[in-house]
Design a binder for this molecule. Structure first.
Ligand code: ZN
Length: 389
């Protein structure tokens, strides 16, 4: 199988062991699942299915960031306990992923459950001279002391500063050795949760949470680390520095896979802009298979815009598979192999769909439906949601 690796910026052969350890950055559960989330998790759903079809066992960890600035602010605005908010939003999110037919993660760690290991990690980074405590409860990563800072994202300093500020960093904070040093630990406000730590009661930084949850559940070197392309910097750059700085083992992840952003009318979907297509709304109006088709008709690394027209075309394509005559079941073997080969080429799902469409168009409905099942079609729908209630 060949996969594009963000670290090397190249498509290369990925040699998978019997067990593949996969970590995908999960959600901060303060808002509903939108199409951008669905694109990320459907991508890894198809990857897992393909690896399993090739005989590998996949251990899939998807975390829940249940303590960070966003969720604490939202809990305050809504006047609810942050844990109640996180648990209820995470449950609602999972319902929509299940309606879409996505496989459950094997482990869904919550950041709040992993704080003791985060305290240990901060201590380890301080011991190694890769972090510094300011005496007021804040602990920062010392990016100047860490090997290879910005080599993962390949950003120049101005762009790094811009993204750092835009994505929740604190370049202007006083006392830092460098504007790009990122928080490992910070004191909590009076109404925020806090944990005991040698440098002061407080709470962990977001980047620290993911690297600790990943290594806690998958070990110091994981096979594939994934997430949305907006996480490359600073989130994943920071994860690498923390994990490799602490364990001394590199690479932290053998392959980094990043999924493109989904937009609406030319602008990336985001909560702050309010231009979201919610997954639940889409699944109320369309079959899970139609939504899956829409997502997989775009290569996972591409950036694309949602349009109603494409949604209708996706629904029509899936109907075409259902309506195609059975044809010769023996055609399934070749089609499955051809579809598998497309996926082995950096997860070329659009190419795989084109083969299935062509088979259905040729009257090979049975083969088309069998190949579609290998991409996870037929696994979603309201029935499964009802069964879980
Ligand atoms: Zn993460």
């Amino acid at each position: 199988m060949r996969l594009y690796d963000t670290r090397t910026r190249a498509v290369d052969t990925f040699i998978a062991a019997a067990t593949v350890r996969l970590y995908v950055c999960g959600i901060t559960p303060y808002d509903s699942a939108h199409l951008g989330h669905a694109f990320v998790y459907t991508t890894f759903d198809v990857l897992i299915r393909r690896l399993e079809a090739r005989g590998h066992r996949v251990v899939y960890v998807r975390n829940v960031t249940d303590v960070d600035d966003d969720i604490l602010r939202t809990a305050r605005e809504r006047d609810v306990n942050f844990e109640v908010l996180a648990r209820s939003e995470a449950a609602a999110f999972d319902v929509n992923l299940r309606r879409l037919g996505l496989r459950e993660a094997d482990v869904i760690p919550y950041a709040t459950e992993t704080v003791p290991a985060m305290v240990t990690t901060v201590g380890g980074l301080l011991d190694r001279g890769l972090a510094y405590a300011l005496g007021d409860g804040r602990v920062y990563a010392d990016t100047g002391a860490m090997d290879g800072f910005l080599s993962f994202s390949r950003l120049d300093r101005d762009e790094a500063l811009r993204q750092f500020a835009e994505k929740g960093g604190d370049p202007e904070a006083e006392g830092k050795r460098d504007a790009l040093d990122f928080l490992l630990w910070q004191p909590s406000l009076p109404d925020e949760p806090s944990w005991e730590a040698p440098w002061g009661r407080g709470r962990p930084g977001w980047h620290l949470e993911c690297s600790v949850m990943a290594t806690e559940h998958l070990g110091p070197v994981i096979d594939i680390h994934g997430g949305g392309s907006d996480l490359v910097f600073p989130h994943h750059e920071a994860e690498i520095l923390q994990a490799e700085g602490l364990t001394g083992q590199a690479p932290f992840a053998r392959v980094w896979m990043h999924v493109g952003m989904v937009g609406l009318d030319g602008t990336k979907m985001s909560k702050s802009l309010g231009n979201l297509v919610f997954l639940g709304d889409l699944l109320d109006r369309h079959d899970a298979d139609a939504v899956r088709y829409l997502l997989l008709s775009h290569h996972y690394r591409s950036e694309w815009d949602y349009t109603e027209d494409e949604m209708e075309l996706a629904a029509a394509a899936v109907k075409g598979w259902d309506a195609a005559p059975d044809g010769d079941p023996a055609a399934a073997e070749d089609l499955l192999a051809a579809v598998g080969a497309r996926l082995d080429d950096d997860l070329d799902a659009p190419g795989a769909l084109a083969l299935i469409d062509a088979a259905a168009g040729d009257g090979e409905g049975w083969a088309a439906r069998a190949a579609a099942a290998s991409l996870g079609f037929g696994g979603g729908g309201a029935g499964r949601v009802g069964a879980d209630r």
